[in-house]
Design a protein around this ligand. Structure first.
Ligand code: NAD
Ligand code: UDP
Length: 311
């Protein structure tokens, strides 16, 4: 198949492209390199099945493909809040453009949505039926509401234009190739511990997240794309940790003497998050296989190389 991956130079996108290329597909990567790096795809640049296009999805583009994995959008709060209006444009105009492309060439379209559509959830763990508790005017809304609108667009293109859609609600994912200065919690803690500087825990660290290793997540995305179910379907690891527990896990693996520094909790920071993955288990026969300790070890190896090379 010929497969388009928007945001393919980013963290999840580049791991997805590795899988698709290894499976023998033709892959087109579309990216504006805002948070993505060409380096993530170095091994494919000269491959005859691979094409890289520098393009901003807020502009239309005409391509002929069979499937679209639509991942283009900064995922870290630091990056999506840097230019919130651009984040809205990417999620709304960008998704509209990519759905238009899918409609024109009758491609199947998978949207990388997010657990952020649940906001600061009153229902725990979060099921797909829960409609969320999102602040429409806060500093996270460019991303949360942007993704909610992207879901709306996907379903309207499906109902009005028969576009075959798949909607994944991705929960916190981590692994090699996250940017060291990405601002997300796992990459921050690992980079800080390796550099010998204090781990920055926001608030009292009692808020929770559930962390999924990237290869598990990519497997879930591909099962959703190639299965029969539209979704939305939660994809994430249901093992839930407080942020303080995560800091302690990183300390134990890298440096038990690493210090922890408490910093103010950002506005609208969700207090807890854990996916109910019953649907993914029953409809996609998917569940995560890599526990946090094992995934952290793999990520630390990658970060060790990069932090060393930077010094
Ligand atoms: P990332 O920031 O590493 O990757 C995003 C990619 O999109 C980057 O390569 C970036 O350059 C590109 N991009 C951004 N705006 C663009 C635009 N206007 N035009 C073209 N390219 C653009 O993030 P990631 O963690 O790989 O996330 C990928 C997708 O998964 C995102 O849509 C994100 O919202 C979603 N997601 C990720 C997580 C997670 O924990 N990583 C959780 C939920 C949802
Ligand atoms: N966080 C933290 N220290 C950091 C970065 C993040 O304590 O250096 C917290 C953040 O406040 C949030 C959680 O970790 O409660 C997850 O943050 P991240 O930005 O990774 O993802 P999201 O909030 O989007 O789930």
């Amino acid at each position: 198949m010929r497969i388009l991956v928007t945001g393919g130079a980013g963290f999840i996108g580049s791991h997805l492209i590795d899988r698709l290329m290894n499976d023998g597909h033709e892959v087109i990567c579309l990216d504006n390199f805002y948070t993505g790096k060409k380096h993530n795809l170095l091994k494919w640049l000269d491959h005859h099945n691979f094409e890289m296009i520098r393009h901003d999805i807020t502009e239309p583009i005409r391509l002929e493909v069979d499937q679209v994995y639509h991942l283009a959008c900064p995922a870290s709060p630091v990056h999506y809040q840097y230019n919130p209006i651009k984040t809205v444009k990417t999620n709304v105009i960008g998704t509209l453009n990519m759905l238009g492309l899918a409609k024109r060439v009758k491609a199947r379209f998978l949207l990388a949505s997010t657990s952020e559509v649940y906001g600061d959830p009153e229902v725990h763990p979060q099921t797909e039926e829960y409609r969320g508790c999102v602040n429409p005017i806060g500093i996270r809304s460019c991303y949360d509401e942007g993704k909610r609108m992207a879901e709306t667009l996907a379903f309207d293109y499906h109902r009005e234009n028969n576009v075959e859609i798949r909607v994944a609600r991705i929960f916190n994912t981590y692994g090699p190739r996250m940017l060291e200065n990405d601002g997300r919690v796992v990459s921050n803690f690992v980079a800080q511990a390796l550099q010998g500087i204090p781990l920055t825990v926001y608030g009292e660290g009692q808020q929770t997240r559930s962390f999924c290793y990237v290869s598990d997540l990519v497997d879930g995305l591909m099962r959703l794309m190639n299965g029969e179910h539209t979704g939305p379907i939660n994809l994430g690891n249901p093992d839930e940790y407080t942020i303080l527990e995560l800091a302690q896990a990183v300390q134990n693996l890298i440096n038990p003497d690493a210090q922890i520094k408490f910093e103010p909790l950002p506005a609208d920071d969700p207090r807890r998050r854990r996916p109910d993955i019953t649907k993914a288990k029953t409809l996609l026969n998917w569940e995560p296989t890599i526990p946090l300790q094992a995934g952290l070890k793999l990520m630390i190896e990658d970060f060790r190389q990069r932090v060393k090379n930077n010094n």
